[in-house]
Design a protein around this ligand. Structure first.
Ligand code: ATP
Length: 435
């Protein structure tokens, strides 16, 4: 039986993943089948609270080898590969909706809960991770699957819940989430920075742990939510060991999730037209020199098969902007990122430099061909002129610029990455470290 939920929290209270632990706690007579799922959806959704995450757990009567996947208080949690029978959906719903009601921030969220023995069509997941969909589409897909639903307010959370239940893990990663004791919520977190800094080295299948150049942990949230930290990686076993290696304040509970984080599932690679509020892989040729605008954002225009598009590396991407500043008109690149509506820009999540164009830089004003004297600028875009002879329209003397960039993939630092963005480490590409 799949149990999925979304949109229960506000920016200051709770976290949907914590609700997953509470749902498991509310069903002690049932077993987890497979790992709990944390499913990130279209990051361009304007009404998301934080990372547009929804959860789904599968409960049943486990058969086969139990695998440790968490602990709540004194109780170890195990999951099983298969279930021998399906619990009654109405009974499961009757036990789960009070949990959602109890933990939802009802005046700031639109909770949705789904209970279904049949997963909704997988296309629903692919659409919800890539485009904006309406509640009706989610509801009709749920109806088709024979799902039970519960909602509060507009019930918009049914979209995320349905999509989480529809996800069939293909490319997938894992995250171990550790939660704080209730009385510490909202207070400063006590987690060893040194242990976090060592995670990459000690547990090579983990990623996005530490901002080494800025000397900052990336796994500890700064919000008032119950999460103490979350470690991401490709190996569930290594994540459990990684978590045990981090000294911290008491961990009230922890749970291992299978997730679509770090998979690039949100990126549309085949498209005819670029429509805002989705993320794309776009290939093109630079038409302008990258320029820094007020606020520290770096922009350039790129010619694509859907016309000219402005690409932006925003200020929080820090040293990644230095890479972008090294691009020159004529360079051929691939950009992955979200297309914003207003201003219409492609927000660069990852950059693949395919081909560098020859670039020339000015070395001096030209000499006058008649008298040999140095010329002066005739004004912006007007070339140079000789004051003595009156000759105009001369061009600056230039030389070929040695390029400070090599072809290949580049990504922003850990703290500026999207949950869904596949780290270069997972792409098997040598990461270019930038501040
Ligand atoms: P958190 O990460 O803390 O769980 P959140 O960022 O997931 O919070 P929510 O409060 O869950 O934010 O709000 C996201 C809302 O957007 C949910 O109601 C969800 O159902 C909805 N949603 C998710 N994906 C889509 C989509 N593709 N189109 C339309 N709505 C969506």
């Amino acid at each position: 039986m799949l149990i999925a939920a979304d949109d229960t929290d506000s920016s200051t209270w709770m976290c949907t993943t914590f609700l997953a632990t509470e749902l498991v706690r509310a069903l002690p007579d049932l077993d987890l089948i497979g790992l709990p799922r944390l499913v990130r959806l279209n990051p361009a959704v304007p009404w998301k609270t934080r990372g547009n995450g929804a959860i789904c757990i599968r409960m049943g009567r486990g058969i086969g080898q139990p695998r440790l996947c968490g602990r709540i208080g004194e109780r170890d949690l195990f999951c099983y590969a298969r279930s021998s029978e399906e619990p009654d959906p109405d009974e499961v719903m009757a036990r789960c909706w009070p949990v959602v009601e109890r933990w939802s921030q009802k005046d700031a969220s639109d909770p949705g809960l789904v209970v279904t023995s049949r997963p909704p069509r997988p296309e629903l997941y692919w659409r919800a991770v890539r485009v904006i969909i309406d509640r009706e589409e989610a509801v009709s897909t749920l109806r088709e699957a024979g799902a039970r639903t519960f909602e509060i307010n507009s019930g918009r959370g049914l979209i995320g819940a349905a999509a989480a239940a529809a996800w069939r893990p293909m490319d997938r990663t894992y995250e171990v989430l550790a939660y704080r004791e209730r009385e510490r919520w909202g207070r400063d977190r006590d987690v060893s920075r040194e242990d976090i800094a060592l995670l990459d080295q000690r547990f090579p299948s983990t990623f996005n742990n530490y901002e080494h150049l800025a000397d900052r942990p990336a796994i500890v949230p700064h919000t008032t939510c119950p999460v103490l930290y979350g470690i991401r990686g490709d190996s569930p076993l290594e994540l459990v060991r990684a978590s045990a290696s981090v000294a911290s304040e008491p961990v009230d509970r922890w749970m291992l999730f299978i997730t679509n984080q770090g998979t690039d599932d949100h990126i549309i690679t085949e498209w005819d037209r670029l429509v805002p509020s989705s993320s794309y892989l776009v290939e093109g040729v630079l038409e302008t020199l990258p320029a820094t605008i007020p606020g520290g954002h770096v922009l350039f225009a790129m010619g694509t098969r859907d016309g000219r598009i402005d690409c932006a590396a925003y200020e929080p991407s820090k040293g990644f902007r230095d890479i972008v500043r090294r691009l020159r008109p004529g360079d051929r690149v691939q950009v992955m990122g979200e297309l914003r509506e207003a201003p219409r820009t492609l927000n660069i999540e990852k950059l693949n430099v395919l081909e560098l164009a020859p670039s020339r830089v000015k070395v001096s004003n030209p000499s006058c061909p008649a008298c040999g004297r140095r010329t002066k600028s005739a004004g912006r875009g007007q070339g140079y002129r000789c004051r003595e002879c009156g000759i105009k329209g001369l061009r600056a003397e230039t030389e070929e610029e040695p390029r400070q960039l090599s072809p290949g993939w580049y990504e922003p630092p850990v703290c500026a990455r999207r949950h869904l963005s596949k780290p270069l480490k997972r792409m098997g590409v040598q990461s270019t470290i930038v501040v």
